[in-house]
Ligand binder design. Structure first.
Ligand code: CA
Ligand code: CA
Length: 207
């Protein structure tokens, strides 16, 4: 139901062109030798490209500088913080090369998902494409809610989502859905939440 490493969306490397992703690319020359911990030379090369200050760690600002959407804009702060947070297991605010390898794969999966749902290849997910996307992910959202999601993501035009906005929306819905399910034991689609529990859900599911 959700994109995941074992699901139907397999990573397909090498998106250049219209779908965004890592920009810049390989600096040429031979890839580094002797990958530590099974990290491929390609990933090592990307890691060193993204790690601008050569700290050996990547923070959300470095990630942001490296990621562009189909509109040529850098991914949002929110998207980068969210993705770093997902792989930053020691909560240091940065990821190491092994975590980066997972993140790299994760981002490529999202690019694949995005491309699948961007039926008209506009580089954006429009309202009807978003409705279809969530339907295929197993959600039954009303047209009003789909519109709300688009409005929330696209504050300027209220018409469409870029890939980074799409990732944020999907991850947040995924997190809130999981929190809801944990409380909806009888699968009624309704839960009763105490105030503190409500706050806990909201604060832990937000970035
Ligand atoms: Ca760094
Ligand atoms: Ca589209």
């Amino acid at each position: 139901m959700y994109p995941n490493p074992h699901g139907q969306y397999q990573q397909q490397g090498g998106y250049g062109g219209g779908y965004g992703g890592f920009q810049g690319g390989y600096g040429g020359g031979a890839p580094p030798m002797g990958p530590p911990g099974g990290v491929s030379p390609d990933i090592q090369q990307w890691f060193h490209t993204v790690d601008r200050d050569r700290s050996g760690k990547i923070n959300s600002h470095e990630l942001q500088s490296a990621l562009v959407n189909a509109q040529g804009k850098n991914f949002s702060d929110m998207a980068c913080q969210l993705m770093i947070g997902m792989f930053d297991h020691d909560k240091s605010g940065t990821i190491d090369i092994n975590e980066f390898q997972q993140l790299y794969s994760y981002i490529n999966q999202w690019l694949t998902v995005f491309r699948t749902y961007d039926r008209d290849n506009s580089g954006h997910i429009e309202e009807h494409e978003l409705a279809n996307a969530f339907q295929q992910m197993g959600f039954r959202f009303s047209p009003n809610f789909i519109q709300f999601l688009i409005h929330k993501s696209d504050l300027e035009a209220h018409k469409q989502m870029s890939v980074d906005q799409f990732i944020v929306a999907c991850v947040q819905i995924q997190r809130f859905t999981e929190a809801f399910r944990q409380r909806d034991n009888e699968r009624k689609g309704m839960i009763t939440l105490g105030f503190e529990d409500f706050l806990s859900v909201a604060l832990s599911c937000s970035i």
